[in-house]
Design a protein around this ligand. Structure first.
Ligand code: GCV
Length: 734
């Protein structure tokens, strides 16, 4: 049996070898060193006219710096401008009319400047900023101002991005503030540094070297987050280990919190419900037991003594075998409120996850979270947010929005997106997720009439809520480029941008990211933007077209497994979800089936209930239909499914063609890296198409329509594939 020490040293040597390989070979193969910079590479400005303009703005920069956040902002400006202008940049701390740029909080602004920005400052709250070209004594001065330090930091990052996008500064006027309060990354990082469903190496958190050793990456991670407005991170897996709450780990958490604080980021931890037993020596974790309550009160006090701005607890309880209040005959309100009471004196939050389903409940899994949580609306304490996945099953390539959104008007509902690509081809497939996020946020719940979008639930405007949040399950690890696939950086970036403003378009986000990361050349930006924007539909087509879902291979979710039917829990089997038989395919969630549609408001409910009005992208999510059912384009359902799978493969081919043509605009190494990944993506898209069609064909008994390539392998071959060591699941060392 491997010992813990054994395991640690194996991990360390594997990582060292990994880094060595990457460093030695990255010029020709694998990850490209410049990928480390993310979207903060600040490439030199070559355009003479722009350069002159930016130079002019940077001639004399008044920067009022008197806090660690402002220090971070100033350093970033120095770094960003220095790199883009290719010269050292200095600051002055004495204001004069000779300044070309003025960066100061409201309280430190010159009266004349103040006049020009006062009204803006009044409407941007604590985290917003103003960037404006202001005329002073016939001279244009670029002003960045805010009410608080953090607004200045966000403003600096925005100005730099503005320049990275090669935009002109003349008459610039940007006034912006986040629309969501808690903008958070959820790391599913284990204490042994494996990452559940992580595909970019090991966990960033080097628990063994903390608290003394502050890895440079912690700072760069914080910079990247702050640049897109992320202000909260939960460090540990929701499948939690209670040890993180012990003194030995808390001092390490404190060191991370201190590293992140200058970037406006609060640290949260996942709290294992049974911690009072596991590390507290109690015999129970019953939330109504006075000793248990006292244990959590004391724990909160202990944490805040070390980390005064600690964010709070993220909790997965009574879900997939995790302990929770139901183990003691109590409910989610009892559990969440017990922790909320402990955190309340310190302004801490409880983020209680609604990802629950039970094998003992024969009802449709898609209905269970709603049934379990909606009756508790209004009963949670004020510092509790209920975190709900975007869809009712589990981060599928496409899901209808979760019906809980909008259905709990008296409870803050926090969105949980998954940035790591558990069901989207891992970090090997190029899939631009802001397109998926945007689709969910734009979806209309109709709960308060037309236009009651999910975005309005999340930003609190639908039910007038101040406490709001959006979380993304991080796709970040120790890989040189952080996210495995260089384009997966766009998903981290895009998540942050949408958490800041859930109304941003995926097109804007793609455009910003491409320019900041690669190039401003229109011959590159245009085609690559188009490639990003179609990539999500491609993955839906070659994995789960027309509303099919959860037909992934078991546990690791790598590749297709529609045939899997013998797992112990019914709702873990793909056959539970597609229900293919000789008659047809799909899950009947209308009143003739599970009636999950009743959880949606009218007129959406009726629209979904009728296959003729149900959007076709959700058809088999809500309906079980015959193989010869006629789709809107006139194809039979069987032909339509087959053609969609083919379309997905063709779209990946197109992505490759696009990328091939991009060779002149980026480095050879950058090009090669993505090219190799697209090759794998194409291979795996074909695998999905062939395996699924061969399997479903055993029921449809129909030929593949014209235009669909014939599989070159048998169904038995695909079924025989086993992936004991697929990434994202805990490695086995024996
Ligand atoms: C962290 C899915 C994943 C699990 C994950 C769970 C969750 O079921 O496969 O690995 O657990 O979601 O979100 O809690």
């Amino acid at each position: 049996m491997p010992t813990v020490r054994n395991l640690k040293s194996k991990l360390t040597s594997l990582m060292t070898i990994g880094v060595m390989i990457l460093c030695c070979t990255s010029q020709t193969f694998g990850q490209v060193p410049s990928g480390y910079d993310l979207w903060l590479g600040y490439g030199k400005i070559e355009n003479v006219e722009l350069l002159r303009q930016y130079e002019q703005a940077a001639t004399s920069i008044y920067f009022q710096n008197n806090s660690e956040i402002l220090e971070a902002a100033q350093k970033e400006l120095k770094r960003g401008l220095g790199s883009m202008l290719d010269r050292a940049v200095d600051f002055t701390d004495s204001f004069s009319t000779a300044n070309s740029m003025v960066i100061a909080k409201k309280a430190g602004l010159d009266k004349a400047i103040m006049k020009s920005v006062a009204a803006d400052l009044d409407r941007i709250g604590k985290e917003g900023f103003v960037i404006k070209s202001v005329q002073l004594k016939d001279k244009d001065i670029l002003v960045i101002s805010a009410n608080e330090d953090i607004g200045i930091l966000y403003g600096v990052f925005r100005l730099l991005r503005f320049m990275q996008g090669h935009k002109t500064l003349s008459s610039i006027s940007l006034v912006d503030a986040p629309k969501i309060a808690i903008r958070m990354l959820n790391h599913w990082d284990n204490l042994d540094r494996t990452v559940e469903h992580g595909y970019a190496g090991f966990s960033l958190w080097n628990w063994q070297k903390l608290p003394e050793y502050i890895d440079r990456r912690y700072i760069d991670y914080a910079r990247a987050n702050a640049s897109i407005g992320i202000n909260a991170v939960s460090l540990t897996n929701v499948n939690a280990n209670a040890l993180i709450l012990t003194p030995m780990y808390l001092e390490k958490v404190r060191a991370l919190a201190e590293a992140f604080r200058p970037y406006g980021i609060k640290v949260y931890l996942t709290a294992r419900f049974s911690a009072p037993i596991e590390i507290g020596g109690l015999r129970s974790a019953d939330p109504l037991n006075a000793e248990v309550q006292q244990w959590w009160n004391d724990k909160a006090e202990e944490i805040y003594a070390q980390i005064p701005d600690f964010g709070g607890f993220l909790v997965k309880a009574n879900s997939e075998g995790q302990p929770g209040p139901q183990n003691y005959g109590r409910n989610h309100v009892d559990g969440a409120n017990m922790m909320a009471r402990a955190l309340q004196p310190f302004d801490g939050k409880v983020i209680w996850r609604a990802f629950v389903y039970s094998e003992h409940d024969a009802d449709d899994r898609a209905k269970q979270a709603y049934s379990e949580f909606v009756p508790y609306d209004g009963q949670f304490m004020e510092n509790v947010l209920v975190q709900t996945k975007n869809g009712a099953i589990d981060f599928q390539p496409r899901e209808p929005f979760h019906p809980m959104f909008g259905a709990m008007p008296n409870t803050p509902l926090m969105m949980e997106f998954q940035i790591t690509q558990e069901y989207l081809g891992f970090s090997t497939h190029l899939v631009f997720l802001p397109k998926l996020f945007e689709e969910v946020l734009d979806a209309d719940t109709y709960l308060k009439g037309k236009g009651s979008t999910v975005a309005k639930v999340i930003d609190g405007s639908l039910h007038d809520k101040k406490m709001t949040g959006m979380a993304g399950v991080a796709n970040i690890g120790t890989d040189l480029n952080w996210t495995g696939h260089p384009f997966a950086q766009a998903n981290w970036y895009g998540f942050g941008r949408l958490a800041w403003d859930p109304y941003l378009s995926s097109e804007t986000i793609a455009d910003e990211w491409i320019r900041a990361t690669f190039s401003n050349d229109p011959k590159f930006v245009g085609p690559v933007r188009k490639m990003l924007l179609t990539s999500r539909e491609a993955v839906v087509n070659y994995m789960n077209p027309l509303g099919l879902h959860h037909i992934f291979d078991t546990g690791h979710h790598y590749g297709p497994g529609p045939w899997v039917s013998e797992l112990s829990r019914p709702e873990w089997n793909p056959t539970y979800y597609h229900k293919a038989d000789e008659y047809g395919i799909g899950f009947d969630r209308t009143p003739t089936g599970s009636n999950a549609t009743e959880q949606y408001a009218e007129p959406l409910r009726s629209m979904l209930n009728d296959p003729k009005t149900c959007p076709e992208e959700y058809l088999l999510w809500f309906h079980h239909l015959p193989w010869d059912y006629t789709l809107r384009n006139g194809h039979t359902l069987w032909d339509g499914i087959a053609l969609k799978y083919q379309e997905g493969v063709d779209q990946v081919q197109d992505m490759r063609t696009t990328w091939k043509n991009m060779e002149p605009y980026i480095s050879k190494a950058q090009h090669e890296e993505v090219w190799m990944l697209l090759e794998i993506q194409l291979k795996e898209a074909r695998w999905w198409r062939d395996a699924c069609l061969l399997y479903f064909q055993t029921y449809s008994k129909k030929e593949l329509p014209e235009g669909v390539e014939k599989p070159t392998r048998t169904l038995e071959y695909f079924k025989s594939l086993k992936f004991l060591f697929a990434p994202g699941i805990r490695p086995r060392w024996d």
